[in-house]
Design a protein around this ligand. Structure first.
Ligand SMILES: [Zn+2]
Length: 353
């Protein structure tokens, strides 16, 4: 899922996303709640109508941004009290409030509010946050079912078919992940996500937790790994049972001049590309690689032209979406292991020289 934080995937238009065949995008509840506000979006018919996108949208709960962006005041069983990073105003995000905001936005998939802790958290802290997240998940589910039966006062449900995903927490501790998975499945959600990873822990640690947790989740529901990752993470986590991903990396890195290619990351501003008339990634069929050279993209970056960010973003999103298309094909044809080996042979995390 390309990330469209404030209702826009940065540097590209919805037309570009359709051309890239993005099947679903992610939008951030925290940002849209603060500006322009979920009430306004509901009055305009919901998020799909507001942003002109008729394909699926997933919204997060807002929790991750509250814990990472806002000035936190207090976390209690009731919810998370925070000050807006925009104007300093005081807000309380509860499991019910996060559910209501997403009902008004009318995304196709809503996430429950969970408490995010650092991956370096000690086991006792991770356990407290995990059980609080389970209690919050129960309340979010109850609220969602109430909204399904008919609108509550002050909440406009703009998408009656909205699904709700639960989130398994528990840091890097397998025993906590097991307890969290059991308790979350018992509540009963449309599908399940693995949260609290890709927060700077080493890849092997993340793969270990994914391996342990994915096999605890129902086989007949999509499994969503939140906030991951590098292109090789996609293959390794699909191999461990993951179906859905989101990450700001392809779009953010594009704006910073880093292209992710079949060989690995490429820093387009480097002087070595000044007169290089080859495509950014000769193995890529995207609009950018079919039409433009490394020399041109380097020039746009150095000159600060907005088009540079657009062309880089189109390439990076294509590379991610195409990698997943190839993974799906390989699974259907029974050749996934071969694809996995080939990918690792050419792709390196080190920046290309
Ligand atoms: Zn390309």
């Amino acid at each position: 899922m390309p990330v469209g934080t404030r209702g826009a995937v940065k540097a590209v238009t919805q037309r570009d996303l359709r051309d890239l065949d993005a099947e679903i995008i992610l939008a951030n509840t925290y940002h849209l709640y603060l500006r322009p506000g979920d009430d306004l979006i509901a009055r305009l018919g919901g998020l799909h109508a507001f942003i002109g996108w008729d394909r699926p949208i997933l919204t997060d709960s807002g929790g991750y941004q509250v814990f990472s962006l806002a000035a936190m005041r207090r976390v209690s069983d009731e919810g998370a009290e925070f000050r807006s990073h925009l104007d300093g105003s005081l807000h309380l995000l509860t499991p019910e409030k996060a559910t209501d905001i997403q009902a008004q936005l009318g995304s196709d998939i809503a996430m429950v509010l969970d408490e995010c802790v650092a991956s370096t958290a000690e086991i006792d802290g991770a356990r407290v946050a995990m059980w609080r997240s389970v209690r919050w998940a129960r309340r979010a589910r109850d609220r969602r079912l109430q909204l399904r039966d008919g609108s509550l006062p002050g909440v406009v449900v703009t998408n009656t078919g909205q699904a709700q995903f639960g989130i398994v927490q528990g840091g890097v501790y397998p025993e906590l992940r097991t307890e969290s998975a059991q308790a979350t499945i018992e509540i009963g959600f449309d599908a399940y996500a693995i949260g609290g990873l890709s927060v700077r822990e080493p890849p092997e640690v993340m793969y270990g937790v994914v391996d342990h947790t994915a096999r605890l989740l129902p086989e007949d529901r999509p499994r969503y790994l939140m906030g991951t990752g590098m292109p090789d993470d996609l293959l390794e986590c699909v191999a461990r049972g993951i179906d859905m991903f989101d990450c700001v990396l392809p779009t953010r890195n594009a704006r910073n001049g880093q292209l992710l290619t079949s060989q690995g990351p490429m820093v387009i501003k480097n002087a070595q590309y000044a007169e290089d008339d080859t495509p950014p990634d000769p193995a890529c069929d995207c609009y950018t690689c079919r039409n433009f050279s490394r020399a041109y993209l380097r020039h746009l970056y150095i000159a600060g032209e907005m088009t540079g960010a657009t062309l880089n973003t189109i390439h990076n999103l294509y590379f991610y979406l195409d990698t997943l298309r190839r993974i799906r094909e390989a699974i259907m044809f029974g050749t996934f292991e071969r694809l996995r080996q080939e990918f690792h042979q050419t792709f390196s995390r080190r920046t290309q020289q």
